[in-house]
Ligand binder design. Structure first.
Ligand code: HEM
Length: 220
């Protein structure tokens, strides 16, 4: 068991599982944020529920934060190990012969998404944690919509968000479809799902771009 956990196959497996978990989170996150385009009051209600329900705050949120940290720490580690292996074993490694730009640059597209998360946490998550748990303001179920919309007043921030979502698409385009293979699922059903994973990788980031631009334009 110890040997298995240490093996790089187990690490790739864990990397893929954490990626699949984050793919699910993205769908949930997108669905809730999309409500802000449809109705301010519904968005406020759902955000208030997510922000105050003990199961979400006490269990799902810590699991999510762990999943995010695990995914990028393991990503750095596997990249480091891959580079070591390439130097030793494949002196004439030609990266572009049978792989896509996306698959060869997962670490760089991932780094852009990580930088985005830094900005995004600064924008939303840290203020939210300070508001609720440090300054302990009384609950105000109508504040979420205004706080979100205010972030998209700045063209620079909106531009950075949009650019990051393009990199998110590039990252997901390879990551989501290859995760099935990494967890050992590679039969005809898994191959059949490839089209769905590629569509997801484009549609969800495009949806996030739409939300950001919608609020930016509405603010003009
Ligand atoms: C237009 C696009 C987006 C908007 C408007 C948005 C909005 C928000 C808001 C309002 C929060 C604070 C939630 C809270 O009350 O704690 C949040 C948290 C978060 N966002 Fe986003 N988000 C967007 C895109 C993304 C993307 C693309 C990712 C991942 C790549 C992401 C990852 C996260 C994470 C990990 C958190 C912290 C977890 C949580 O508490 O929900 N977001 N986002």
């Amino acid at each position: 068991m110890g040997g298995l956990l240490k093996s790089s196959i187990a690490k790739k497996f864990a990397m893929a599982l954490s990626g699949l978990f984050l793919v699910l989170f993205l769908l949930q996150h997108f669905s809730i944020n999309f409500l802000s385009v449809i109705s301010a009051s519904v968005f406020n209600d759902v955000s208030h529920f997510m922000g105050t329900y003990w199961l979400v705050q006490g269990l799902l949120q810590p699991v999510l934060i762990f999943g995010v940290i695990f995914h990028f720490v393991m990503g750095f580690y596997l990249e480091y190990k891959n580079r070591q292996a390439r130097q030793v074993k494949y002196a004439s490694y030609k990266g572009n012969t049978n792989s896509s730009w996306m698959s060869r640059n997962m670490i760089y597209t991932g780094l852009v998404v990580l930088a985005f998360l830094g900005l995004h946490f600064y924008d939303f998550w840290f203020p939210e944690m300070i508001h609720k748990y440090i300054e302990s303001h009384p609950e105000d179920a109508s504040r979420y919509y205004g706080e979100l919309v205010a972030k998209f007043e700045s063209p620079v921030r909106t531009g950075l968000y949009v650019l990051s979502f393009v990199f998110l698409a590039l990252h997901l385009y390879h990551g989501f479809s290859s995760s099935f293979q990494s967890v050992g699922w590679n039969d005809k059903y898994a191959r059949g799902l490839r089209g769905f994973t590629k569509a997801y990788a484009i549609i969800i980031p495009l949806g996030f771009i739409f939300i950001a631009l919608f609020h930016y334009i509405n603010n003009l």
